[in-house]
Design a protein around this ligand. Sequence first.
Ligand code: NAP
Length: 322
Amino acid sequence: MMKAIRVTEFGEHDVMKVETNLTVPKPSGNQVLIKVSAAGVNPVDILIRSGNFFKLPVLPYTPGLDVSGVVEEVGSKVTKFKKGDRVFTLSTDTGGYGEYTLANSSLTGKLDDNLTFDQGAAIGVPYFTAYRSIVQHGKAQKGETILVHGASGGVGLACVQMAKARGLRVIGTAGTQAGLNVVSSVGADVVVNHRGDNYTQSIIEACDGSGPNLIIEMLANVNLEKDIKMAAPRARIVIVGCQGSGEINPVVMTKELTVQGIALFGVPAEDLEDMHAGIREGMSAGWLQPHIGHAYCLEDAPQAHNDIINTKGATGKIIIKM
Ligand code: NAP
């Protein structure tokens, strides 16, 4: 038997309840069964739990996409993994907030020995999103300046590390001094508070007046207009997070800007392989070092969901330890 969070109705964070007498699932086909060590909490988990995502699971369900742990058993078609392998996932079939989960082997990766299981729970969604944004769509080039607009959370810190490793000059923003310190500690060249007065001017000055060549945006409904104003001519603005509508203006034409959205769900198979390769390279080179902001126990999963949304001032990835 196993323990996991179960959700029987969509709603506020208190709809998540711990159940202790659940059956451990059996892997089939391409699935791997993972004994979970830690699970990452992503903002999309909250959208799903509250019933506000475009694709919702059948109730009851267990939340959680990113886990780290050890392979316990594999399905008949799995050749890449064996019992005992240390792994991480970027999605699960049966939910990550529990002692065991099933994941498709194509959405599972080997966890490098130089990373802890806590760090492993912070790889999937954050680093694969960073790779899709910076490399596959952002087409980052060595020597360019990148602005990570919202760098203190899971995706933002991954973007800072990935951009530094690829030879870019990195400007990262956060909303608190504690967040700025973390962004700085993972390698950003310049940090700016996105709650400060006239902070966009500081960013333009940090680019010698010319603006960033690439902007990774975590809150486009608030920031897109500012991004368009700050961007260098022919810059790319990649939208990762957006919680409402925003304005687009003619400067997009005069500067010949590219405004591109990205989505981790439904990535084509060949792009997924390229993402896995990029993440493997990051682990073996050592630049991929997830920074954990706060760890909760399984019983405190509702608190973790509350905090990721309502605490102003991210300082890294939020995880749940089994
Ligand atoms: P997170 O860990 O909760 O971090 C949120 C980040 O947004 C923090 O750095 C926060 O900074 C920043 N932020 C808050 N207000 C801001 C503002 N006014 N301007 C700029 N940044 C601001 O979340 P995450 O996992 O990094 O994800 C970030 C966003 O990307 C979320 O909206 C998430 O849903 C989205 N996302 C989308 C995809 C996709 O496929 N498109 C994939 C993953 C994530 P402070 O707390 O320091 O203010």
